[in-house]
Design a protein around this ligand. Structure first.
Ligand SMILES: C[S@@+](CC[C@H](N)C(=O)[O-])C[C@H]1O[C@@H](n2cnc3c(N)ncnc32)[C@H](O)[C@@H]1O
Length: 328
């Protein structure tokens, strides 16, 4: 079976026992790929009217292929691309004999994309847990503008490096402080290359808006408005201060960089709170992941259920901060 062949292949490469990998609870990120693909289908069909039959889908950063496979099973024509040849091998093995999957090694932000695909070739582009790994997001957005048809849309999910929870423990590496540092300084805390670039959601709004994807819907998947009172955010900021202060083993240069990182984070948070208010800040700092759609103006992404409308900057009342963080 295709999925089990993939698990075997992955187990061999990572020198693990496939049976053990399948027994893990929760399943690891790679092994849960097909499960996560099925969940995404449920999630998307709950939120918007979407018919996968004959939909032309590009899964950027398809990795192990689970999202591509779930859509292909519903009749979509799916192409998966990934910058890593190893990942494309996994995706092909995962799909083989089960669904047709056109999987290709390609850098999504390179000009190669325009040599390989027609203009407007896709109805839906997926960027699931990928945006944070792409350095040149301007070229990526430009390529997406080329690839997406007139009524097309992008579904994205991206970890929120602006959540104080990620500063306390960065989601990929489970280390304190990474999101407070420039990626070039990650080596102080994590010896391997970073390849992760966190940006605030305003950055993505602006860049995709610029390239014709101005119809944007940000989904409050985690219900941060209900579950994320201001007090909770403030307590997380306090935790960042405490961890910083109670770690005598930090290298002095690292300590200095972390100090500036924390001060910068604090300034941005206080500025936003003063200027943009409660709703905005709950979303920007409370969400663990951001997800939503960037779409062509003519795309039909009218939500079926009630979803959060991101308050527009300038239209919301300022809420006065009731806590003062000292500068470090
Ligand atoms: C965290 S994985 C996400 C995989 C998959 N979308 C999922 O959610 O399971 C990020 C993937 O993006 C790929 N990637 C990173 N930069 C890329 C680029 N410039 N072009 C294409 N793929 C890229 C990586 O090789 C990796 O497979």
């Amino acid at each position: 079976m295709a999925y089990l062949d993939f698990v075997d292949m992955f187990a061999r490469k990572s020198e693990r026992d496939p049976e053990e990998l399948l027994k893990e609870k929760p399943l690891s990120f790679p092994i849960s790929t097909n499960y996560r693909g099925e969940k995404l289908i449920e999630f998307l069909t709950d939120i918007v009217d979407i018919d996968f039959k004959k939909l032309r889908v590009l899964d950027i950063g398809c990795a192990y292929g689970g999202f591509s496979i779930a859509m292909a099973k519903r009749g979509a024509h799916v192409t998966g691309i990934d910058v890593s040849a190893q990942f494309i091998e996994y995706a092909k093995t995962n799909a083989r004999g089960d669904v047709d999957l056109d999987a290709r090694v390609m850098d999504a932000s390179s000009s190669d994309v325009r040599n390989n695909f027609e203009r407007g070739e896709f109805d839906l582009i997926l960027l699931n847990d990928v945006l944070e790994h792409i350095y040149d997001t301007t070229s990526l957005a430009k390529n997406i503008d080329y690839l997406l048809n007139d009524t097309g849309f992008v579904y994205f999910k991206v970890p929120n490096g602006h959540s104080p929870r990620w500063a306390i423990s960065e989601g990929h590496r489970k280390i304190f402080g990474l999101t407070l540092l420039d990626p070039d300084c990650w080596f102080y805390l994590y010896p391997r290359r970073a390849s992760i670039f966190y940006r605030p959601f305003e950055y993505f709004t602006a860049i995709f808006g610029h390239f014709g994807l101005s119809n944007q819907l940000w989904i409050d998947e985690e219900k941060v408005f209900d579950r994320f009172p201001k007090r909770k955010l403030l307590n997380q900021f306090k935790e960042i201060y405490e961890i910083y202060r109670n770690n005598p083993e930090f290298d002095p240069q690292l300590k200095e960089y972390l100090k500036h990182g924390i001060n910068r984070f604090r300034d941005e948070f206080l500025f936003d709170w003063d200027d943009l208010g409660d709703a905005y800040c709950r979303f920007k700092y409370g969400s663990y992941f951001y997800s939503g759609f960037f779409a062509r103006p003519k795309a039909n992404i009218a939500p079926k259920t009630e979803v959060m409308k991101l308050p527009s900057i300038g239209s919301i009342a300022a809420a006065a901060p009731d806590y003062h963080f000292p500068e470090l």
